[in-house]
Design a protein around this ligand. Structure first.
Ligand code: P6P
Length: 322
């Protein structure tokens, strides 16, 4: 079986980029160890502080963020980082050629109940004419990403990654090496499985309400088939299911906070997951355009997310154009 480093070398990935990916995956192994301790690790519970998102941080949110920040800023290939848990971007090494955005522990409300969580990362190139790394340096559309992926901390620890040449999956072995288990992952173009937090239904816009109502009508409805539903409240787990067997994941705009375009963040959730899904033959939209075409204006901006099996995403887009 190919190791991660062997596979990246075979794909002739820039050694500096390999170094950045290695920094991320080595840190994720450390995070996985702390998660595995569970309640015995003494790391459950709240950090009694809020992040820039206004969310109460879990201890492991803070620990995971600190670990990734420390390792990436020590990597001379990293010019800067941006994290869901950090208000501002942090400049790295002057000779660095890559920028990294990350959600250190997505789905962390699941930690204390022992449900799957994950680390999401996106890698951008430092613009050639950049003389100082600021927040603006990171404001690149998702279609400019160099690489993206996640590490899923579930029954097994799995890395999914793309460097723009398809998606590969790796399992963490007992020896601490990520071994390739699948290459050129393909998302089935059709599905009968949807994921959405339906408790927000009354806050959705009319086209989303209409679509989900049609889903729930099953065989007798306009979609002509029965759908099953999943909601794990962990985007990494939902996306992994979709990469593995297809499906549709939706976190649409809702009117609970009209100032926010949705719950999920563009730069370190929407874009990296969209890159993976599109590289695997799926689609990812904010209902009006591909998520990776959205021009960012703030490092923490939010975006409605509809992603998964291509034909189902295209159907939802049609509901929003009708
Ligand atoms: P809700 C986790 O907090 C997250 O950012 C995603 O991983 C997940 O899909 C979503 O939010 C869950 O949101 O509103 O169902 O708790």
């Amino acid at each position: 079986m190919l190791s991660l480093d062997q596979a990246l070398e075979q794909a002739q990935v820039d050694p500096q980029l390999v170094s950045v990916v290695d920094s991320i995956t080595i840190t994720c192994k450390n995070i996985a160890e702390r998660l595995r301790g569970g309640a015995l690790s003494g790391l459950y519970g709240s950090a009694e502080q809020e992040n820039i998102q206004g969310e109460v941080q879990k201890n492991l949110d803070v620990i995971s963020n600190d670990l990734l920040k420390q390792v990436l800023l020590a990597n001379r290939s990293v010019a800067g980082i941006a994290s869901e848990e950090e208000e501002d971007v942090i400049a790295g090494n002057e000779e660095g050629q890559y920028l990294v955005t990350f959600d250190p522990l997505d789905g962390s409300s699941n930690i204390d109940v022992n449900v799957t969580v994950g680390t999401i990362f996106s890698i951008l190139a430092l613009p050639k004419d950049c003389t100082e790394v600021t927040a603006d340096t990171f404001l690149q559309a998702g279609n400019k990403q160099i690489a993206a992926g996640y590490v899923l901390y579930g029954p097994s620890v799995i890395l999914a990654i793309t460097t723009g040449k398809g998606v590969a999956m790796y399992n963490l072995g007992a020896d601490g090496v990520f071994y390739q288990t699948q290459d050129q992952v393909q998302v089935p173009t059709t599905t009968a499985e949807f994921a959405i937090n339906i408790s927000n239904q009354r806050f959705w816009q009319a086209p989303m309400q209409a679509y989900v109502n049609d889903l729930l009508l099953g065989e007798e409805g306009p979609l002509g088939k029965r759908f099953n539903m999943r909601w794990i409240a962990s985007m990494v787990a939902e996306v992994h299911r979709i990469l593995t067997r297809g499906g549709i994941f939706m976190y649409p705009y809702d009117s609970r906070d009209p100032s926010k375009a949705g719950k999920l963040r563009l730069m370190y959730e929407g874009n990296p997951m969209s890159f993976l899904i599109e590289q695997a033959g799926g689609a990812a939209s904010n209902t009006l355009q591909p998520i990776m075409d959205v021009e960012p204006h703030h490092i923490h901006q939010r975006v409605p997310v509809i992603l998964g099996s291509k034909e189902e995403v295209e159907r939802i887009n049609r509901y929003h154009k009708a």
